[in-house]
Design a protein around this ligand. Sequence first.
Ligand code: ZN
Length: 441
Amino acid sequence: MDGDFWNIDIETLQEEELRHFEAPLLARQIEYLYAKSDYYRAKLDAAGIRPGDITCHEALEQVPFTEKKDLARAQREGALIGPHQCAPRSDIVRMVGTGGTSGKPMLIGWTREDVQAYSEMGARALWILGCRPGDLVLNCFNYSIYAGGVMDHMAFEHLGATVLAYGVGKSRALLDMFADIPGDKCLYSTPSYAVRLAHVAAEAGIDPLSLNIRKGFFSGEAGLQVPGYRQKIENLWGMSTHDLYGIAELGCQSAECEHHDGMHFCGQGYVIPELIDPDTGAVKPMRDGEKGELVYTSIRRQASPLLRLRSHDFVEIKTSRCACGRTGLRFHTQGRSDDMFVVKGVNIFPTAVQDVLHDLLPRLTGEFQIALDSPPPFDYAPRLIAEVAHDIPHSEHESLVRETEALVSRKAAFAVRVALVRQGTIASEHKTKRVLRNYPI
Ligand SMILES: [Zn+2]
């Protein structure tokens, strides 16, 4: 294929055609890494790989994985972006950070072309979500450092939407702004912020339904995949909800269409995804129903390319044609391994708890955190900190605690000790951390 990739309709692209287009980009990227980064050169040398050896998708299997924590560690030791920085500093025009569990953001660099690629992949995903030119989007992600702010802002612009850079905080003023702007509007935030904002509205005597927020675009947290949670947000705001899943380091987004049947991958031509067995690292076939962890390789990145980056995201692959007509890779997210914990042999994702708590609405708000107070093995009952609605009298809390513990045990199949906290204390403007590991990692 000699033509311009931009002319290819990625929404119905055939796998073989795509691989044919991507293979030379992969080969060129590996040569670039080998030439520009001591870190990658050493990694490839140690695996006995020479530039020129990796010329097709299948050959990627020989290449060692990259872990985010290794890159973050090197950054703390003094590298600007990390040992994987390949472009000279003079070509890097933008930097953003990702939230780290250590609390210190990991910095990511972008050249002018990288920025363009991010916007392109982002705009593809936003289109799938149902965003269109003419939509007025209030971006309520944090513009300070994080990719959800300025990077996603530019993706909305690239698509042709009108985007208002709101940022986080000042929720009461945000509601006034929504009220002042005539016509339909869209919200871009974490799902838990939409819930929090509805509480702020209720306290101020504002009916969220009166604000005409017709579409909610959500990212940054799992949760929308839990049917009850999605329904709750849709009912609170009278909006349609659309889930975006992105990995900031890669600039690669995936998005669900109106059929809500998994995330459509949008990185074609920029990022190659692979599925692996998370325990053995062995590559698994991308076939319908297959489960595993996604691993990503950038094939057109200049500033900080990623080679077989382990996402630690567990997914179930879907390859059948979606009802929307798109034929490419899509997947259901099952949870992040960082959030997963094993209690007495059972893998627990926070979304399972979220699902159970939905049954206790409106007495509980559905917001929660799970506290693991000592290191694994978790042969004890973790604490489940759950928000209780403000109108539930204190005299009923004890019985609600018992009821919640029994329901989690029955439906999610593990024991918890429930502690109730007052409404509004858990959900935040930032990503809500669902699992608290209160021990040194
Ligand atoms: Zn679809």
